[in-house]
Design a protein around this ligand. Structure first.
Ligand SMILES: [Zn+2]
Length: 232
């Protein structure tokens, strides 16, 4: 409880840094009775990068740059609140060597390097930031959290999902789900991992929203708040 109170005081101080949304959310959240989970380091993974842009909006904007923008904002909030943070990438480059020729080779090298980096961090929790796309259903929208098989990823994802539902998914609540085993990074890291699909690039309205700094900050705040709420 002492820790929670201290964090909330810190959160009040964060008002000047990142706007009232984070503070309002933290103060209105009921205190959750959770386990004593606390990662030593939050690894923030901005999905894709370099030759692999990920999902692409109709206007040509790649998922990778939106992932990075949200990741940087989440990093700044976590650092301000006194957490240790590691990024898998802090710029638009992918994690592959110049000797990778094809995009496939680059992507394979990138995912392997990310796993090695994440697994080198002691006491890590992984928060991976992505954007979704479902061109066959352009109305589909909203943010969803997916968890890997390492406890307490499922409960952490549920906490993040609750924050996303409160802040982003108005009248469009979603449920956290297990991530398919085919997602290499999530399946091969040793630490609890939550992958957040922040929105749908295939939805024109949401795609435009995802490109605004305001919405990116809202997402970063919700993800951090969901994480802190679980940490307890
Ligand atoms: Zn992605």
């Amino acid at each position: 409880m002492i820790v929670i109170i201290r964090k909330r005081h810190l959160a009040v101080a964060a008002l000047a840094l990142c706007g009232f949304g984070l503070i309002a959310y933290l103060l209105w959240q009921p205190v959750q009775e959770t386990g004593a989970f606390a990662a030593d380091t939050v690894v923030l993974d901005a999905g894709h990068g370099g030759a692999d842009g990920g999902a692409v909006a109709a206007d040509g904007t790649a998922e990778s740059s939106i992932n990075l923008a949200i990741t940087i904002k989440a990093r700044d909030i976590l650092l301000f609140l006194g957490h240790d943070v590691t990024l898998t990438r802090a710029d638009e480059q992918g994690l592959y060597n110049d000797d990778s020729d094809t995009i496939r080779q680059k992507k394979v090298a990138d995912t392997h390097n990310r796993v090695a980096l994440i697994n080198s961090v002691d006491g890590a929790v992984l928060l991976s930031i992505h954007q979704n796309a479902l061109p066959s259903s352009p109305r589909t929208h909203g943010a969803q959290a997916f968890y890997n098989s390492v406890a307490p990823a499922r409960d952490l994802a549920r906490s993040i999902q609750q924050a996303l539902n409160d802040a982003i998914n108005v009248d469009n609540a979603k449920t956290a789900a297990a991530i398919p085993g085919s997602v290499y990074i999530m399946a091969n890291v040793d630490c609890p991992g939550v992958l957040v699909e922040c929105g749908f690039m295939s939805n024109p309205q949401e795609s435009a929203l995802l490109q605004t700094a305001e919405h990116q900050m809202k997402l970063a705040q919700a993800i951090v708040c969901g994480y802190l709420s679980y940490e307890g």
